[in-house]
Write a protein that binds this ligand. Structure first.
Ligand SMILES: Nc1ncnc2c1ncn2[C@@H]1O[C@H](COP(=O)(O)OP(=O)(O)OP(=O)(O)O)[C@@H](O)[C@H]1O
Ligand SMILES: [Mg+2]
Length: 393
């Protein structure tokens, strides 16, 4: 050994080392996330690295510090490492979150839901507000416009989709193409020029094979299986009927299908609305975008034409304003909605009442707001659009 120190690294070499430092929350390295600034190295081997955190007091600061220091200090020519801490501006933060969300989409495992399909999860913070009724009616009305619409019943234990669509046939598992493992093939129902493709635990055979596949499955695992093991084939839309409450299924969905948009169903009552806000909060934390709010059971018109706000008034509009999303529509209380559900004939298909008309109008608005492949050019614009409002500021 000559005792001579190794030459200091070039700034570009240090930047390359920093690419190994991952912000675990954002799932990418601090260079690509725009957190690491221009590196300086002096002749004595002292390295200075500006690092901007997305928020002041970021809990990951200590971890990032340790990671940066240990990686850079390991270079033989480095005699010291100094981190200059900073905080991002709102614009920088937006850029970083866009990148993070983009990554989340890229890294989400391969589900078998076709990339071109728009995914809408129908959720609420509370049970019994009409999620399943909204799901089947929107699915039927979108299909009636000539689209192929998948319906995934994520209410694993409390399924109601098979009854509401009048589809109780057992699901088949079949080998599709040259796949080694059999896939679940959705049940189909033609609707005008369109098609419904439906999967629900209510359609599972009680024979050993299939029953075994499901026994003891956790909720999120079951939904994961639906996303991974169902051969959906072509789909324009996938509507997911969420179980009541927020929690696990929503987080799982965010992980597996981060492009999912939420449609939040609420009743006009303020109490229901508070719960719905919780659903929206969960959406923010899981990066899911809220595509809109639907107020269900809005008012009741009696046979004599009198209108009654049985469950209060204004909850949908208030929630929409609260979460910064659009109020997609208000569905009145009508016997025909419940009756259609019991008969397996969604009222949106041939009903003439106000509820049916409103369901069809909302379906049309969803179709109109869905970019076609032709106008997907500005993907980053859509990614930006998908940033939770709280993070945009
Ligand atoms: N607009 C409406 N008019 C009349 N009845 C309705 C309306 N919307 C829903 N219902 C009825 O209210 C009941 C609850 O609706 P639904 O099952 O769709 O709610 P949900 O939110 O999916 O419930 P859960 O949380 O149990 O899954 C059903 O009997 C349904 O037929
Ligand atoms: Mg339901």
């Amino acid at each position: 050994m000559s005792g001579r120190r190794a030459a200091p690294p070039a700034p570009a070499d240090v930047t390359a080392m920093l690419r190994a430092v991952i912000d675990p929350e954002l799932g990418d390295n601090i260079v690509d996330l725009g957190m690491a600034g221009e590196v300086r190295v002096d002749a004595d081997g002292r390295v200075t690295i500006p690092v901007k955190l997305t928020i002041r007091g970021c809990p990951l600061r200590a971890q990032i510090k340790k990671d940066v220091e240990s990686r850079v200090a390991a270079h033989p020519g480095v005699t010291g490492v100094t981190i200059e801490w900073g905080e991002m501006t709102a614009d920088e933060r937006t850029a970083t979150m866009t990148k993070a969300r983009w990554n989340a989409r890229q890294q989400a495992g391969d589900t078998r839901v076709p990339l071109g399909a728009r995914v809408l999860a129908i959720a609420s913070g509370k049970g019994g507000v009409g999620k399943s009724s909204v799901t089947v009616n929107l699915a039927a009305a979108i299909a009636a416009e000539g689209r192929v619409v998948g319906v995934l019943d994520a209410d694993i234990w409390g399924f109601s989709i098979p009854r509401m669509l009048g589809m109780s046939d057992r699901l088949e598992a079949r080998r599709v193409g040259d796949a080694g493992k059999p896939s679940i093939v959705p049940n189909e129902r033609r609707v005008g020029a369109g098609l419904l493709k439906v999967v629900s635990t209510g359609m599972l055979v009680e024979d050993e094979g299939t029953a075994l596949m499901w026994r003891g499955l956790m909720l999120t695992k079951a939904v994961e299986q639906f996303l991974n093991d169902v051969h959906w084939g072509d789909l324009d839309y996938l509507l997911i009927d969420m179980p009541p409450g927020t929690g696990d299924v929503q987080m799982g969905l965010a992980r597996m299908l981060p492009r999912t948009d939420l449609v939040i169903v609420t009743t006009p009552a303020v109490s229901a609305q508070k719960v719905a806000i919780r659903a929206a909060d969960m959406a923010r934390r899981s990066f899911l975008r809220v595509a809109g709010v639907i107020e269900n059971m809005s008012s009741f018109t009696c046979d004599h034409g009198g209108e009654y706000a049985l469950f209060g008034e204004g909850g949908g509009a208030a929630l929409a304003a609260e979460v910064g999303a659009e109020l997609l529509g208000r569905i009145p209380i009508e016997r025909a909605v419940a009756h259609g559900g019991d008969e397996g004939q969604p009222v949106a298909l041939s009903g003439t009442g106000a509820a049916a008309v409103e369901f069809r109008r909302i379906a049309r608005a969803i179709i109109d707001s869905t970019p076609t492949t032709a106008d997907m050019g500005g993907c980053s614009a859509r990614a930006e659009d998908a940033i939770p409002l709280t993070l945009r500021r």
